[in-house]
Design a protein. Structure first.
Length: 268
């Protein structure tokens, strides 16, 4: 009889322990934390619309892909064009989250209009080279060579950062040049060379590097006085302000800097 009573007490104790365990599972006490849903770690989801200078095309596309991988649930879309055109679009109310300009002057147009949220941050610098057709058939070695008879040259329009830089460099070299075409962004100027429509164009070092299979680049000393600084900023009326801040932070991070450095950009 004594053994039967003891066995019953043991069974009752085990049952109470099991009930206590079930209760703990319901309240969460002692259980593993729930796995966060994609993107919950940063809270960045949705589309981030970035207006960026054309010369940032290759590097920002890579950064956008890396940003999306690091922030599941987010998507980065880009509007690449000349910085002056982008600034005008933003000031006219185009929906954008981030603006990355190839020169402070175009950024100033946006900040002066009250369309920036906070102060822009300079994240890279860029320098001009002479892009020539592969093999450099014209034997171009300097800015002065661009004025030789029969040499066709493309430049960016003066209001575009690469055009303003070209004007400064040509003045420093005391070279007067009449281009056969003025383009609205650096990619358009470079395409004139790759298509064989001109013999040379003044473009950024990064753009010539990106098109290395199709063009050669010629360095010239006067480019040192025409280096462009690139500022980036979150826009005041950003539809996705959280995403905009996160993207700018990624560009300024070591990972973003590595991509930009590999593309040929200089540290600010």
């Amino acid at each position: 009889m004594r053994r039967a009573v003891l066995a019953g007490l043991v069974a009752i104790t085990a049952g109470l322990a099991g009930l206590t365990g079930c209760g703990a599972g319901k309240t969460g006490t002692g259980s593993a934390p729930a796995t966060p849903s994609p993107g919950a770690a940063t809270g960045v989801t949705g589309t981030v619309n970035v207006f960026a200078a054309a010369s940032l095309t290759e590097s920002f596309t890579k950064i956008g892909q890396a940003f999306e991988a690091a922030n599941p649930g987010s998507k980065v879309t880009f509007n690449y064009a000349g910085s002056s055109a982008l600034a005008t679009q933003i000031n006219q109310g185009a929906p954008a989250d981030v603006f990355a300009s190839a020169a402070p002057a175009n950024m100033k147009a946006v900040t002066d209009a009250g369309n920036a949220a906070g102060e822009p941050a300079t994240f890279v610098k860029n320098q001009l080279v002479i892009a020539v057709q592969s093999g450099n058939p014209k034997g171009i070695k300097s800015l002065a060579d661009l004025t030789k008879p029969g040499t066709k040259v493309a430049l960016c329009a003066e209001q575009v950062p690469c055009g303003a830089a070209a004007k400064t460099a040509l003045a420093a070299a005391n070279v007067k040049l009449t281009p056969v075409t003025l383009e609205q962004d650096v990619k358009a100027a470079l395409s004139k060379v790759t298509l064989g429509e001109v013999d040379a164009a003044l473009v950024y070092r990064t753009d010539a590097r990106a098109a290395a299979r199709d063009v050669d680049d010629v360095e010239f000393p006067e480019s040192a006085v025409a280096i462009n600084s690139y500022p980036i900023v979150v826009l005041k009326h950003a539809p996705n302000a959280a995403g905009a801040k996160a993207f700018v932070a990624y560009v300024l991070s070591d990972k973003g800097k590595a991509v930009l450095s590999d593309a040929g950009f200089q540290a600010p």
